[in-house]
Design a binder for this molecule. Structure first.
Ligand SMILES: [Zn+2]
Length: 54
């Protein structure tokens, strides 16, 4: 079990998670990105702008 980088609450990562997958913290709603699988590591996901994709 990993902890949220923002609020230190435990965050469950799906067993089938892949690198780059975004996992939301249930407590503070922070979006955490799976930075590495072995060992499992979470980083705070960069904020995405709604303007992207155009
Ligand atoms: Zn959190």
């Amino acid at each position: 079990m990993l902890n949220c980088t923002e609020c230190e609450s435990p965050v469950s990562v799906p067993a089938d998670a892949v690198e780059g997958e975004i996992v939301a913290c249930d407590v503070c709603s922070a979006e955490l990105e799976v930075a590495c699988l072995e060992p499992l590591e979470l980083i705070l996901a960069p904020e995405l702008s709604e303007d992207w994709g155009e």
